[in-house]
Structure formats: structure tokens, C-alpha cells
Design a protein around this ligand. Structure first.
Ligand code: O7E
Length: 219
């Protein structure tokens, strides 16, 4: 199982410092609006240069196909993968997949990761009722990864069963209180556990990353 660092800090120096300190224990780095809006998209290049890791842009893109296409082009010029919402429907996701195909090459294909059910409390209001259908759509579209919650292991399991061998990317352990032991029983070698605050807010991010890496590597 792999560790994805959610680097949601707001300063370039802090981001680069934590990325470098934790790089031996982190498999891939996810950044999103907090860091990119604070520093600019060029931060992707700087993180990649410092760490030699793949960088995923978590923009949870959720627009009409024509706008999704533009966002994907700007993002995938820099990043290795982009995260989108599935609830906007097939054509919006496919517009991003088309850009990923165009911008990738054989050695470094660009990836599209799609959100199904989110990890926060209110995800049960509107997203959970349609999440199984979103997971089925993700499978039909053969996306490169599916986001499902560590905060609700029973739902994580159900979504994993639907998507089969598509890698799961799961947030919610650490600050959001997800039970890592239960998550480890469900996820497999190709899946990712996301940890953000549990690492970057720790007084020793390197030790925390090492700790999480050790825990998930036991399985
Ligand atoms: O709670 P933390 O600090 O460990 O951070 C979790 C990260 O995962 C943070 O970047 C948040 O935006 C993201 N996330 C969720 O917490 N819940 C979700 O349902 C989805 C995501 C997410 O990253 O979606 C794309 C992978």
C-alpha cells in the first residue's frame, strides 16, 4: 500500500521543506487549491525537482466538458495526475481523460482520478446516495484511480468491490479520525492512503511520515 502526502500548506518554503524532509517515506504528493492558489502552479515543478516524486493536482474539477478541458490542459502541463468530481457526469470526466491521453507519453502517462464518496460528515447528504453509481461510472470509464473515504470503512469496502482493480485513493485517517487498522484490512498493494495534517502539522513531519509508511507497509 502506498502513502500519498496531502501537502495543504500555504507557503512555498514550508511546502518545499516538508516535501524534501518526508520524501523517503512518501510515495506520491498531492497538492490542491490551498498551495496552488497561494503560490502558483509552478510549485508543481519545484516539488518534482526537489523530491523526484509524482505530483497530483487535487482540483476536484467539476465543470462542463469545455471548461474541464481547459483546466486539465493547464494542470497536466505540469502535474502527473489530476483529480475530478464524478457527479458532473460522464462527458465532463471524459473531456479530462482526453487531455490526459494527449499530454501523456508512454513512459509517463498522465492520470485521471475521480471522486466518488467524500470523507466528511455531510457527504452522506447528497454524495453517498449516488456514490455506488459514480463508482460504476468510474469503472466503465476506466479512470486511473477512485477516491473513497477512510472515515467510513464499510463504504470504502463497498466502493472497492465495485471498482475492482482500479486503485483506491483514500483520505480520512489522522486528523479526520479514520481507523487505519480497518482501512488496512480493506485496501491492497495498489491503493493509496492519504495523510495531510497528520504529517504536515506534526512537530516532526519526517518522523510522522516514517511512522505512517511503516504502518501501511506491514500489510
Ligand atoms: O485530513 P487531512 O489533513 O489528512 O487531509 C486529507 C486530504 O484529502 C485533504 O487534502 C482533503 O482535501 C482531501 N480529501 C478529503 O479529505 N476527503 C475527501 O473526500 C476527498 C479528499 C481528496 O483529496 O480528494 C481527492 C483525493
Amino acid at each position: 500500500m502506498k502513502l500519498m502526502l496531502a501537502l495543504d500548506v500555504m507557503s512555498k518554503n514550508e511546502a518545499l521543506k516538508i516535501a524534501e524532509e518526508t520524501k523517503d517515506f512518501v510515495d506520491i504528493i498531492k497538492i490542491g487549491y490551498p498551495l496552488v492558489l497561494s503560490t502558483g502552479i509552478e510549485i508543481v515543478k519545484e516539488i518534482k525537482n526537489k523530491t523526484n516524486k509524482e505530483v497530483v493536482c487535487d482540483f476536484k474539477v467539476a465543470d462542463i466538458p469545455a471548461t474541464n478541458e481547459k483546466i486539465a490542459k493547464t494542470t497536466l502541463k505540469y502535474a502527473d495526475a489530476i483529480i475530478c468530481q464524478g457527479f458532473v457526469g460522464k462527458d465532463s470526466v471524459m473531456a479530462i481523460q482526453k487531455v490526459a491521453e494527449e499530454y501523456g507519453n508512454k513512459g509517463a502517462p498522465k492520470k485521471v482520478i475521480m471522486v466518488t464518496e467524500m470523507s466528511h460528515l455531510s457527504a452522506v447528504e447528497f454524495l453517498q446516495p449516488v456514490a455506488d453509481d459514480l463508482a460504476k461510472m468510474a469503472k466503465e470509464l476506466s479512470v486511473d484511480g477512485v477516491v473513497a473515504p477512510s472515515t467510513r470503512p464499510e463504504r470504502l469496502k463497498e466502493i472497492k468491490e465495485i471498482v475492482g482493480d482500479i486503485p483506491i485513493i483514500s483520505p480520512g485517517v489522522g486528523a479526520q479520525g479514520g481507523d487505519l487498522d480497518k482501512v488496512l484490512e480493506i485496501l491492497g498493494d495498489n491503493d493509496y492512503v492519504i495523510v495531510g495534517r497528520g504529517i504536515y502539522e506534526h512537530n516532526n513531519p519526517k518522523e510522522s511520515a516514517k511512522h505512517y509508511k511503516k504502518l501501511i507497509s506491514k500489510n
